[in-house]
Design a protein around this ligand. Structure first.
Ligand SMILES: NC(=O)c1ccc[n+]([C@@H]2O[C@H](COP(=O)([O-])OP(=O)(O)OC[C@H]3O[C@@H](n4cnc5c(N)ncnc54)[C@H](OP(=O)(O)O)[C@@H]3O)[C@@H](O)[C@H]2O)c1
Length: 281
């Protein structure tokens, strides 16, 4: 069994990825208390001690609205934290898979972004992830694998994201207004985990877009999920993205091109599975 170090395992996607990869690898998933990625000495000590063949690096400052106000902190976690892990990986000859995002692109396009399309981060969070992509590649070369995700979907009791609050919103009958002019890719956590497993098992290198096939606006995704949860007629108002104000810019077009041989099922199939799990809880 290969040894794998996973960061960010308490997060929305990490909690699922941990569960899915646990039986496949000899896996260590330290909490932030045990290994703060911004602490170079702690990272080096833990990585050298465990000596993994692979590091799957999900830990990040992910609140993109807060990142606009707390730029230094976002950059410290996303860039310096990644650099610490990359240096530690280099010191023991490990490969590192870095979780990145569609937000490294500008979002003004109209055809799916390909892995090597020119980046133009749409907001500061996207910029920090882009800087980390460049730094990782510079230090680790081929051993630095980039896996970009789209709109990440999984269950989480602590998440305040709309998808995770949906059951409460519906129970309370709260009105919903969602953009219907913003196309994006969807990344269902169990499918991301499978994509990561394939990359590691086959020793693939390069940039991968771990996104489910197809694209959807926020309105389309939520309407579809509501219908599969049994709320076909729940009222959702369509609005334009420009009418919603966020501290961090969003993309009108954030679709990532799929990257064979790692191909994830269509998003509708993934969301059907997700709705079933939500109904079971
Ligand atoms: N979710 C999405 O829609 C999406 C889309 C594209 C890309 N991504 C990328 O996918 C990855 C996972 O996203 P997510 O949504 O699961 O994130 P999340 O729920 O915000 O979780 C972030 C994780 O990072 C950990 N972390 C933060 N700062 C840390 C530090 N200084 N040292 C150690 N650990 C630290 C957190 O630990 P604590 O529990 O201690 O806070 C948590 O486990 C991220 O790299 C993100 O950029 C996510």
């Amino acid at each position: 069994m290969k040894r794998l170090l996973l960061t960010g395992s308490s997060g929305l996607l990490g909690s699922c990825i941990l569960q899915r990869l646990e039986g496949e690898f000899e896996l260590l998933a330290p909490s932030r208390d045990r290994m703060d990625i911004t602490d170079a000495a702690a990272v080096s000590k833990l990585v050298r001690g465990f000596s993994p063949e692979w590091i799957v690096h999900l830990a990040a400052f992910t609140d993109m609205d807060r990142a606009e106000a707390e730029k230094e902190k976002a950059r410290f976690v996303n860039l310096t934290g990644t650099e610490n892990l990359v240096e530690a990986a280099k010191s023991i000859g490990a490969k590192l898979l870095f979780a990145s995002t569609n937000y490294i692109f500008g979002g003004e396009g109209n055809s799916p972004y390909k892995p090597y399309d020119p980046p133009c981060p749409v907001n500061y969070y996207g910029y920090t992830k882009y800087l980390a992509e460049v730094k990782g590649k510079e230090i680790l070369g081929e051993d630095f694998i980039i896996a970009r995700f789209g709109w990440g979907i999984w269950k989480s009791k602590r998440s305040v994201k709309l998808i995770n609050r949906l059951p409460d919103i519906v129970r309370e009958g709260k009105p919903l207004k969602l953009a219907d002019d913003n196309l994006q890719s969807i990344s269902y956590a169990p499918d991301i985990a499978e994509g990561i497993r394939v990359i590691i098992e086959r020793g693939l290198t390069g940039i991968f877009h771990l996104v489910n096939e197809g694209e959807a606006t926020s309105y389309e995704l939520v309407k579809f999920l509501l219908s599969r949860m049994g709320y076909d007629n729940y009222p959702v108002e369509k609005v334009g993205l420009d009418s919603i104000s966020f501290p961090a810019r969003r993309q009108k077009y954030g679709v990532l091109a799929i990257t064979p041989p790692v191909v994830l099922r269509p998003w509708q199939k993934a969301i059907e599975d997700f709705a079933k799990r939500m109904r079971e809880n």
